[in-house]
Write a protein that binds this ligand. Structure first.
Ligand SMILES: [Zn+2]
Length: 124
């Protein structure tokens, strides 16, 4: 199955080869709590993004290891490209993971979907 979605102004559209996870993730860290995204996680090869180069913009903070992509035109958060950390915090230095903003998906009411809370406020 594939998932389609877009930002509000449609300058960024995407297709994901895969299924919507059973649970989305809400992170409590200082950035995510302000940003309000509900994340669905995928491997980088699953995401095909179509964007004009100047609209896919990146914000980094703290360790700068995570690239938080957003649309420079309408401001919607798109996805976060982060190291694929193990639950104990270890990382192989190579593998990445994408947390895509499920609120942008065409056929999902993300606000009504089951959610796992990630305690980012106390983890980093
Ligand atoms: Zn946009």
């Amino acid at each position: 199955m594939s998932i389609t979605g877009s930002c509000h102004c449609q300058k960024v559209t995407f297709t994901i080869e895969g299924d919507i996870p059973e649970k989305l993730t809400r992170c409590t860290c200082s950035f995510c709590s302000k940003r309000g995204a509900l994340y669905a996680y995928f491997q980088p090869r699953q995401l095909a993004l179509k964007a004009q180069p100047e609209t896919d913009t990146i914000y980094r903070w703290n360790t700068k290891l995570v690239a938080h992509h957003f649309c420079a035109n309408c401001g919607c958060s798109l996805y976060s490209d982060s190291p694929a950390f193990e639950p104990d915090g270890k990382w192989d230095g190579v593998t990445r993971r994408l947390g895509v903003n499920a609120r942008l998906f065409d056929d999902l009411d993300a606000a009504e979907a089951p959610v796992t809370v990630l305690d980012g406020r106390n983890l980093w």
